[in-house]
Design a protein around this ligand. Sequence first.
Ligand code: IFM
Length: 474
Amino acid sequence: MTIGDGAGVLRFPDGFGWGVATASYQIEGGVREGGRGESIWDRFAHTEGKVLGGDTGDVACDHYHRYREDVALMAELGVTHYRFSLAWPRLQPDGSGALDAAGLDFYSRLIDELLAADIVPWVTLYHWDLPQRLEDAGGWPERDTAHRFAEYAARVHEALADRVRHWTTLNEPWCAAFLGYAEGRHAPGRQDHAAAFRAAHHLLLGHGLAVRDMRANQRDSTFGITLNLYPVDPASDTEQDRDVARRIDGLMNRLFLDPLLRGGYPTDVLGDVAPVLDTSHIRADDEQIIGQPLDFLGVNYYTRHVVAAGPQPKVWSPGQPASPWVGSSDMINVKRGLPTTDMGWEVDPAGLHEVLTRLHREYGPIPLHVTENGAAYPDEPDSAGQVRDPDRVRYLEQHFRIAHQAIADGIDLRGYFVWTLLDNFEWAWGYTKRFGLVHVDYPTQRRTPKDSARWFARAARNNGFEVRERNEDH
Ligand code: IFM
């Protein structure tokens, strides 16, 4: 295995995955094609005031009709792995029963196209587009949704595992539970802390049941989950700041990592919530089901949180809209004056090293893949039609350098998916945030690779890249 290749060149191990990631509702469009049912994001985006500018995913990047062009684009960019999600309501319009033939046919054609282009398909079963019918029945706060998810997963796996080897159950269950059911910033837009905790548990339970059932029909598959993880640091060494950091780390990281990889929920987090939330929905065998052995862990990394105790005491209870995490009234999310992306997120590549190191030390050994990393910047074509995005090129260089360093440190990091292939629907932000390696002009659907796409293509083809400056960022 070669890591370095002379001065200034960082070479990755043979077989390292140079990937891009997308998600169904963010790119597909075609919401009424085939037998697709309504998802919670269709309902939410069509509710006035929920998404900036009234944007919806109705058309998005029209990938449903342009998938061949998009796969050809990936091939041009030297992409070796493509992480995409399946729209549950496209496959099970009502969230249960036989798979819809047209929906299955779409994903089948996409997979064939990828394989023909020598791109490894990396499937995510759930990236937030729950069938609305299941939300009408109570959504993720209800235990039955976990069983519905496992049934969906098993049916899809049965249908596609002959050509898809890598299966991710959930994308960022923290967001699905807390942004969707407590903060209400994401679909289904509820503001109920008790519901959010139940949702988090049933997402995890659905994951465990799905892995168990899919593995029973193994066929050479690998199974994992993708989490959004952050270093959470106290702003000072005071007891109050350290306690806030412990609590936020507990809610954002350990609430998911511990049951998945250590066999049970963190007792301090359960201790935090028990006085205000009923935890009787967690049944005796659930943690054992959630802790199914995993073949890989997907890490989505964007930034770090530095937190301090705020002026208000910690008070949060069912039905109260204030957030019990970053942004709650009893804590302050401290900004350090680092450069930020268009999302306002501080650029902190070293945080990626900390996350990977922590996983390796505290939760390993487990193969890791960065399943998302990337940055939004307000890119537009110049007068020559070129999209210059030096900030994103620099961002990618910095983060890929960290990945390289992590591998050199002995961390089992096997691949890296850039978020994202195309500018797309950025949830409550609509189309105002551009994360793509490829610019999309939405009225014409014209795709224009940005400079960052060319940077990525060179790096993927060379399985490494030359660093322009050394030692300045970490
Ligand atoms: O666009 C999202 C993606 O759907 C999930 N992870 C974070 C990305 C950027 O916000």
